[in-house]
Design a protein around this ligand. Sequence first.
Ligand SMILES: O=C(O)CCC(=O)C(=O)O
Ligand SMILES: [Fe+2]
Length: 294
Amino acid sequence: MDIPTIDLLSFCSSQSDDIVNKIANACQTISAFYVTNSTLPTFENDYEALQQLLRFFELPIDIKNKISGKINRDHRGYAFTEDVESNELREWVYIGDENGDSYAKNQWLEEEELPGWKHAIETHFKLMSSTGKLLYQAFSLALGKEKNFLEETFHREPTVLLLRYPSGGKCPEHTDVGFLAINLLDSTGGLQIKPRGSDIWVDVPPRENTFLCHIGDALERVTNGLWYSVPHRVRHEKSGYRYGIVMFNNPHAESIISPLDNYITNNFDENNEHKSLPIIYKDFHRRRLNELKY
Ligand SMILES: O=C(O)CCC(=O)C(=O)O
Ligand SMILES: [Fe+2]
């Protein structure tokens, strides 16, 4: 099964039905797509810019632990997770919107401990967030709404996740919680998805100058299951580190997630009916963080 590619520049210039339909189709079937021609730095075209963010991981562990993400319930900060039971082995840093107040505050090192790091993150956060905004527009059109629909109805609270996997590192099978994920893959591979209706893990090979996009559970609920929040996992079996940068574009913490009027038809089967009950996004998000430990 081929993972389609969406050209973001063409979307911006024409917003043609072709592109919008391709997105809607991808979200209903394979449930992931590559995005090309965006303005985001990728590991191929601006390695240096991304290294600025990832050099945090080179610091000694006692410095990294100064911003431990295990001490607040929203996981803001750093952790090394080695959990045999849940099949997780990786390091992560979660950073939310610096000006947002829905979740725990971001944690930063002193500037002299890693000069320029905070600035590099803030710059990159803005770039990723504007790409998230464009994708929200594309998704709104693909839902048959006008382009600002998702942003105006649910708002958007982005979170960035920096990742480093040692050789043998893993991320357990899970689905993402929010609306949409932008995943910048480095050249090592290792990400796998289980497309709708399939029991087989499919490799997501990195493609030059693209990022991967897929939806999360909250958007699956908004479409009453017509769109599919794809299970995914990481198995990093090569030598050396695997790096990743993901931006989750989530609805506002207080938004109510329930199916849109024109999606009330029964796309979930009876076992999944509970998924169409209204939920407050923040409760859903926190519950899932606790359950999944990722
Ligand atoms: O490392 C990756 O490519 C994916 C990580 C992921 O899916 C997650 O942390 O939610
Ligand atoms: Fe994920």
